[in-house]
Design a protein. Structure first.
Lengths: 134, 387
């Protein structure tokens, strides 16, 4: 793995930028060049909402290379407020407190700092909503 | 264009397990030569090799020419076929097309995977390459983890209990007891499965296919020439493939594997049959939940009711739809790129009447389901004992 691979994806990873189909208005993350729903080639970058809820989740106890020191950690299928779905890591939560339906918010975090040419890798994780937070 | 009918006339395979002293090439050669001996042929016209991870685990590619040379057949057309865990099934599909088209007469569909050359975190990462590396796997997800997302959602939505799903592993182990080439030949109880360590909640260790080494090979030829090589040709009645949006979060219903639905529908249509005409199924149950969902998406149970079929014991050898009659991925073993070929070996043994103590009372037609990723690629091969 190399620096260019990391560098060219960083905009989408750091800011949760997906794409929206100009024909059927479905949204996707990560971004796409062709709409998987209607086949349109007219898609544009769009900032996705940073709030959503947990559709389903797991706790990773046997991690892949590069993530060993962080396990156990939760991974969730999240549905954002606009209906866009994605897979992301949950943070700031005890794995045993994760629930289906839990409301979560995107936050910029470190993903991994070992492997892959020594790059410290950042991206979006999701954390539980804090009390009284909108 | 009229296509020729195709038959399997030879099978060869190694025992599945942890072959510390043997290389990928060594395993392939054993399986390939056994298959050629079984069919009584000294050469083949073309070779397809199913394999997923030789690049990341052995730092070796170009398996087609490499392995053709290893069996003394340099010169023949040969290539590696890769579709993640469906690589073996896809190798059969390519060989089927090659014979059916009329281009080649005798073709080898092989598969090999040598997984124990690396430590578990490296194998875990290699397996995860079946998914979108830069987003889904970047998050820290593993292949087991993605299946665990479905496992939890399935129980939540349809009310299945952990015990119902664990029974898929119990059934595999029961069937592997009499399979000489199986990775694990011990029985396990539901309690054993559910008290084994958690890998990715709610998936326990004993609900995951093991890390296995193995190689297997088939010899295919036109059905009308098959009796020159064997008294019991097994026809490939249908060989179909479908793909799906790679990641589960991109699908309308994560609990329906549309690639199975589409490939199966096409296969039934080509073979002019319905699910009720299938005597047994070899299912790609890399994780127990996939065994349950596959029963539904192949049409043996309604959506959300596959676990009831399992709970009622209908997947046992004397059940309504015997599943993984020689041990399945969990117990016979899952050497990734070879798995689809082993599934065909299991089915051929049943259809030839050579399945020993596991021989089904009725085995005229079997369905093989091979799957890459979490349903990103599905290959269905329907085999039938030729009249």
């Amino acid at each position: 793995m190399s620096v260019p691979i990391y560098w060219r994806e960083s905009k989408y990873r750091y800011k949760l930028i997906g794409s929206e189909c100009m024909k059927c208005h479905k949204r996707f993350y990560p971004p796409k060049r062709v709409c998987p729903v209607c086949g349109s080639r007219e898609l544009k970058d769009v900032k996705l909402p940073d709030k959503g809820h947990v559709v389903t989740y797991t706790i990773i106890r046997v991690p892949p290379k590069g993530y060993e020191e962080y396990a156990p950690y939760p991974i969730a299928l999240i549905e954002l407020e606009d209906g866009t779905r994605l897979i992301a890591q949950l943070t700031d939560v005890d794995p045993k407190d994760v629930k289906i339906g839990m409301v979560v918010k995107a936050t910029f975090r470190k993903l991994s700092e070992i492997g892959r040419d020594g790059i410290i890798q950042y991206g979006v994780k999701f954390r539980p909503l804090i009390e009284n937070e909108s | 264009m009229s296509m020729r009918r195709v038959a399997i006339v030879g099978i060869g395979y190694t025992k599945i397990g942890e072959h510390w002293g043997r290389s990928l090439r060594d395993l392939f050669v054993e399986a390939a030569l056994k298959a050629m001996d079984d069919a009584g042929v000294e050469r083949v016209d073309a070779l397809y090799v199913g394999n997923m991870m030789s690049a990341s685990l052995q730092e070796q590619e170009h398996l087609g020419a490499l392995l053709a040379g290893d069996i003394g057949l340099s010169g023949i057309p040969a290539c590696k076929v890769e579709a993640a865990c469906a690589s073996g099934g896809m190798s059969i599909h390519q060989a089927y097309l090659a014979v059916a088209s009329g281009e080649y007469d005798i073709v080898m569909a092989a598969g090999v995977e040598k997984m124990t050359d690396r430590l578990t975190p490296e194998v875990t990462l290699s397996l995860a390459m079946a998914e979108d590396r830069e987003y889904v796997i970047f998050s820290g997800a593993t292949f087991v983890g993605l299946n665990a997302l479905l496992h939890r959602l399935y129980m939540h939505k349809y009310g299945a209990e952990p015990e119902d799903i664990a029974l898929v592993a119990v059934n595999d182990h029961e069937n592997a007891v009499n399979t000489p080439y199986a990775h694990f030949r011990n029985r396990v109880s539901v309690e054993t499965v559910l008290s084994s360590p958690m890998i990715a909640d709610p998936i326990h260790l004993f609900e995951c296919a093991p890390i296995s080494d193995g190689a297997a090979a088939l010899i295919l030829c036109p059905l009308d020439k098959a009796r020159k090589f064997t008294d019991t040709p097994i026809e490939i009645e249908a060989s179909t493939v479908s793909t799906d949006r790679l990641s589960v979060h991109e699908r309308d219903d994560p609990l329906t594997l549309m690639a199975i639905v589409r490939a199966a529908r096409k296969a039934y249509e080509k073979a002019k049959i319905e699910p009720k005409d299938i005597d047994f199924v070899e299912s790609h149950d890399a994780f127990t939940i996939l065994g349950v969902m596959t029963l539904e998406d192949l049409g043996f149970a309604r959506k959300g009711e596959g676990y009831l079929l399992v709970r009622e014991g209908q997947i046992a050898r004397d059940g309504r739809i015997p599943m993984n009659t020689m041990g399945g991925l969990k117990a016979r073993g899952h050497p990734i790129g070879a798995t689809g070929i082993y599934q065909a070996v299991d089915a051929v043994l049943q259809l030839r009447g050579e399945a020993g103590k596991n021989q089904l009372s009725k085995a005229e037609r079997g369905l093989i389901h091979s799957m890459g990723g979490v349903g990103g690629t599905v290959v269905i091969n329907i085999l039938r004992r030729a009249d």
